[in-house]
Ligand binder design. Structure first.
Ligand code: SAH
Length: 258
């Protein structure tokens, strides 16, 4: 009998943000696979085996999930946020492509979750209200030079941006370099928000103009959001208008930075 693999997003942290279909999948699972802190978020129960693994072994983990499903298990692979955003969904399909042809018979489903940038944006106001780009700043799976190229291109094209994995202890200088590039591409008035531990106890959100941003404001528990040239603060909220930078309709032009 062939089992199933469900790749489920647990959301940014708060339990109320786990969707009902993810709760149902966890309740019916025989096996949970994932990175240690995410597996810890799943309530142990009889009949459920937890397989927690260290970071950076995503494809091994995904292969293990497919092997267990091929034996008839109902496997749930857990990710934080959304599993399709810099997470396990692609890793499972990479393992499927490299794996046994009969694994194509396995029932595989991806269940979405609220990704960090959207949870953060909602706390901040609406900084991603116009076109935006999501960029993973980790050079684990791509060269740093490509990250620099994409940052500059997105900034010069007027995209707002969200950065995942912004600054780790093993590469502290790269985020400093990213800020330099952003300053050149977007200008010092552009608003940048640092959202740490979003929806978790101790959540911290700070917004400053780019010229005041320092590398220490970010770590691996932070998602960073950079606005476009029209992103503005109104009271304690930050939002990006729905129109392109410099294209305010006449009724909305007041306060435009045009
Ligand atoms: N799949 C996840 C992202 C995994 S990459 C998602 O959709 O959210 C891990 C990065 O996500 C972290 O380095 C951080 O930049 C961001 N992140 C995840 N949860 C977060 C949270 N609660 N608060 C702030 N950033 C978070």
């Amino acid at each position: 009998m062939t089992g199933s693999v469900i790749i489920a997003g647990l959301g940014p942290g708060d339990d109320s943000l786990v969707t009902q279909e993810v709760r149902d999948a966890l309740a019916e699972a025989t096996d949970i696979v994932g990175y240690i802190p995410y597996v810890k978020r799943v309530e142990p129960r009889e009949g459920l085996t937890l397989h927690a693994s260290d970071n950076r072994v995503e494809v091994d983990r995904a292969t293990h999930a497919l092997e267990m499903a091929a034996e008839g298990k109902r496997v749930v692979v857990v990710s934080s946020g959304d599993p399709g955003v810099f997470a396990m969904a692609s890793a499972v399909f990479e393992a499927l492509e490299a794996g046994k042809p009969e694994w194509l018979e396995i029932d595989i489903k991806v269940l979405p979750g609220i990704t960090a940038m959207l949870a953060a944006a909602a706390q901040i106001g609406a900084p991603l209200g116009h076109d935006f780009a999501a960029i993973n700043l980790s050079d684990n799976l791509k060269p740093w030079s490509l990250i620099e190229t994409r940052l500059r291109a997105a900034g010069e094209a007027g995209f707002a941006m969200a950065f995942y994995n912004p600054r780790s202890k093993s590469r502290p200088h790269q985020f400093a370099r990213a800020l330099e590039i952003l300053l050149e591409a977007c200008g010092g008035d552009t608003l940048i928000s640092f959202a740490r531990d979003v929806t978790k106890p101790g959540q911290q959100i700070t917004t400053v103009p780019l010229r005041e941003a320092t590398p220490e404001m970010a770590d691996m528990r932070t998602v960073v959001i950079v606005g476009n040239s029209d992103t503005r603060a109104i009271g304690r909220y930050v939002y990006t208008p729905r129109f392109a930078p410099g294209h305010a309709p006449s009724h909305a032009s007041e306060g435009s930075t045009e």
